[in-house]
Write a protein that binds this ligand. Structure first.
Ligand SMILES: N[C@@H](CCC[C@H](N)C(=O)O)C(=O)O
Length: 289
């Protein structure tokens, strides 16, 4: 089986082209592929297939909003094998992969996700690097909640970016004190507020249009970036200042992205890197599926 390896601000993925949707992406197959010692190592998997093919194969039970059968669909799995609705960094890498492999010839096209259609613009690309903007859709603030992480309690805002987030602005945090937090243990969450779990972002307040953020991802653990998380962080940072719209530069451990939020929705602009391609031994994966 062919694969490629890529990342968006160091949120890394194994990309699996599967045009006929033949792969059995069991939880154990995904988690062993993503394991950094037993497998290739990644935060998640991006299966590449057309939406209609995935529906006909029973991977999708319905066509998500705005997604057409002929659209390419990012079938995203977290490193622990669970399915998530959306992955903002993943969409950039996915779009880059489609352009490099000539599966898509346009610079503007739609990528399907379980959260719905996501319009992408590939501003520039070569075999290894790309600059991509993703229209991230609606950003819905769901109210206040809180978490305990790194030995502290944080109040934040529940935010739906297609997937669930708790984004917590701490006005006292600096880049250095944020960097010193220990994110090794999972955060606590209010299970009634977040019945399906959530990704948790802790961030500094807006300063000169920029914030710094760290994230603990549902189904993965701490990652060096989370695209949907940067959109949630931008929305929380604006809301903390009493704003609903604006542009925010979000710094993560793996780099920096730009988020713009207006009354129509959010966009996320950032890099994609494709660094390797190769072949997975089918016998190895089958024995672990
Ligand atoms: N890293 C992703 C988000 C992936 C899904 C997330 N862990 C979840 O379970 O919702 C991103 O870049 O958005």
């Amino acid at each position: 089986m062919e694969f490629a390896k890529g990342h968006g601000t160091e949120n890394d993925f194994v990309v699996l082209p599967d045009p006929a949707a033949e792969l059995e992406l069991t939880r154990s197959a995904v988690s062993v592929l993503c394991d950094r010692r037993q497998g290739l190592g990644a935060d998640g998997i991006l299966r590449v297939a057309r939406a209609g093919v995935l529906r006909d194969a029973g991977v999708l039970d319905r066509m998500p909003s705005g997604v057409e059968p002929e659209d390419w669909f990012m079938d995203y799995r977290n490193g622990d094998g669970t399915i998530a609705e959306m992955c903002g960094n993943g969409v950039r890498v996915f779009a880059h992969y489609l352009r490099v492999h000539d599966l898509e010839q346009r610079d503007q096209f739609v990528v399907g996700s379980r959260a719905g259609a996501r319009a992408v613009t590939v501003h520039s690309f070569d075999d290894t690097d790309a600059d991509v903007t993703v229209a991230m859709g609606d950003v819905t603030l769901m109210g206040s909640s809180s978490t305990t992480i790194a030995g502290g309690s944080y109040d934040g805002v529940g935010i739906d970016v297609g997937n669930p987030h708790l984004a917590c602005v701490d006005g006292a945090l600096t880049r250095a004190s944020l960097g010193a937090l220990d994110f090794s243990a999972p955060p606590t969450l209010d299970a009634e507020f977040f019945p399906h779990g959530a990704n948790v972002e802790i961030l500094t307040r807006l300063d000169d249009g920029a914030v710094e953020m760290r994230v603990f991802e549902r189904g993965v653990g701490e990652t060096r970036s989370c695209g949907t998380g940067t959109v949630a962080a931008a929305a929380a940072a604006l809301s903390y200042e009493g704003l609903e719209t604006g542009e925010v530069s979000v710094g993560v451990l793996g780099g920096r992205v730009r988020v713009a939020i207006d009354h129509v929705g959010a966009t996320l602009r950032g890099p994609s890197v494709l660094l390797a391609r190769g072949e997975i031994d089918d016998r190895w994966l089958k024995a672990r599926s």
